[in-house]
Design a protein around this ligand. Structure first.
Ligand code: PLP
Length: 457
């Protein structure tokens, strides 16, 4: 049914371009307007209730309506100092406190923090810093950045270039010419017959080594990885993968940048994915759950090696010529600080582990379902792959058909699902209750059964 004239939906079609959306289809279907939220649940403007199985965009860790406590902190900060910048030596207390806090909980010794507004800006900043660092070391030609196929690091020009998502490059004149991509560690999909996780990990680390050697180690600045790949499908790295990859990076003196934009702040059952998978990055980027998504804020944590190089550059050039109007915004930093306090009080990491077990055990119920192949998870993040043939792991054709169907039917059953091709990713808000997880699993069961019937018809 076409939207009523002058309704919000009609005005949306008239005026608004939506990100990551089929623009033609949107003109016909119009928007799904989300009206309000309560914990892990959102309601559309017709009053339909949905369980949000991926916390919006993996970010609304405390749910969809902020508590009085958070609202009060934002209000107080808005009234006291609603804006000030941090250029040219200016500072305000909330951003100082947040920087100190982040250094205090960093997974490896880190030296300093830079603030931005989004994960993309954090990753763009880290890429610029990798180049700045290499220039300070007297090797500006060491400028290639390696990401992974299906990796996702954002949508600004550099962050999307290091992402391994060809659909996001097509016709945007991207990726930038100094970006390279290596294989991604999806054991279930990519392993060869009889290959163990450890042997698969060795093969991937060898491929990275070969790529760096082929490009010339003196031309490779940095390697980017998400501890658990999010938009790639909630891919849990196979055993020994990061240990072997990090040995390759050390051998070639390549900086390691851990993108913790999804994994940071409890998602994998520890503060950082780096803790869970023993990563020792030179830089770490985070966003999303940093403020429980209530304010747009991101951070880059840098180690002393990178900071010393920046000091030398700033001496040479007169200043560190990088930053944003809203870097370390007082309201965003005040809210993030309060969110981190709340995470500590609720033992976010313990809660993620406990609820994650409940989610993963529940998903494992579908192990025998004819539509379900891989089921994998860590902390409160999990992936489920839809297949046509469980033995050969072959999917339905065309690719994405099963995923689209499950998405539509899940929606009818009151689930907001995150479907990536034929894989489902789960990363619900940490405030989800066990009974809501049960409700979600029941909805999934109906969804899988109905989708299977339709695919088999
Ligand atoms: C791992 C990762 N890095 C970076 C980003 C980009 O973050 P933003 O959308 O805040 O720019 C995302 C967004 O989903 C992400 O998943």
């Amino acid at each position: 049914m076409p939207p009523l004239p002058n309704s919000a939906a009609a005005r949306d079609i008239a005026y608004y371009v939506h990100p990551q959306t089929s623009l033609r289809q949107h003109r016909e279907s119009g928007p799904v307007i989300i009206d309000h939220g309560e914990g892990a649940v959102v309601y559309d403007d017709a009053g339909k209730r949905y369980i949000e199985t991926v916390a919006g965009l993996w970010c609304a860790s405390l749910g969809f309506s902020a508590s009085e406590r958070i609202a009060q902190v934002a209000y107080d900060q808005l009234r006291k100092l609603g804006y000030y910048h941090t250029y040219r030596h200016r500072a305000h207390e909330a951003s100082i406190d947040l920087a100190e806090k982040l250094i205090g909980i960093a997974p490896v010794p880190m030296s300093k923090v830079l603030f931005q507004c989004s994960g993309s800006e954090a990753n763009d900043t880290a890429i610029k810093l990798a180049w700045y660092y290499q220039a300070a070391m007297g090797r500006p030609q060491k400028n290639k950045i390696i990401g992974r196929r299906n990796g996702y690091h954002g949508n600004t020009i550099a962050a999307v270039s290091v992402s391994g998502k060809p659909d996001m490059h097509a016709d945007f004149n991207l990726p930038l010419p100094m970006m390279r991509h290596t294989e991604f560690p999806h054991y279930y999909r990519q392993h060869q017959e009889g290959e163990s996780e450890a042997a698969f990990a060795t093969r991937l680390a060898d491929a990275l080594d070969a790529l760096i050697i082929a490009e010339g180690p003196d031309t490779v600045a940095a390697f980017f990885a998400e501890p658990v790949m999010g938009a790639g499908g909630a891919i849990i790295p196979p055993k020994t993968y990061f240990e072997k990859v990090q040995a390759v990076l050390r051998k070639h003196d390549v900086l390691f940048i851990a993108d913790e934009v999804i994994c940071g702040f409890g998602r994998t059952g520890n503060w950082w994915g780096c803790n869970t998978f023993k990563l020792e990055p030179d830089m770490l980027t985070c966003a999303k759950a940093l403020s429980a998504a209530y304010q747009p804020i991101s951070a880059v944590l840098i180690n002393d090696k990178v900071h010393q190089a920046m000091l030398a550059q700033s001496d040479k050039l007169g200043s560190f010529a990088h930053g944003y109007t809203h870097s370390g915004h007082p309201v965003a930093t005040a809210v993030a600080l309060e969110v981190l306090k709340i995470y500590e009080e609720m033992d976010i990491n313990g809660r993620a582990r406990r609820l994650g077990r409940c989610l993963l055990d529940g998903l494992k119920r579908f192990s025998d379902h004819p539509l379900v192949g891989d089921i994998a998870g860590v902390g409160l993040i999990a992936g489920v792959e839809l297949v046509q043939d469980k033995r050969t792991r072959a999917g339905y054709t065309p690719a994405g058909r099963a995923g689209k169907l499950v998405d539509r039917i899940g929606n009818e059953h009151g689930l907001v699902l995150r479907v990536i091709g034929d894989r489902l990713a789960f990363a619900p808000p940490f405030v989800i209750s066990e009974s809501q997880i049960d409700e979600m699993l029941t909805g999934l069961e109906h969804t899988f059964d109905a989708a299977y019937r339709e695919l088999s018809a």
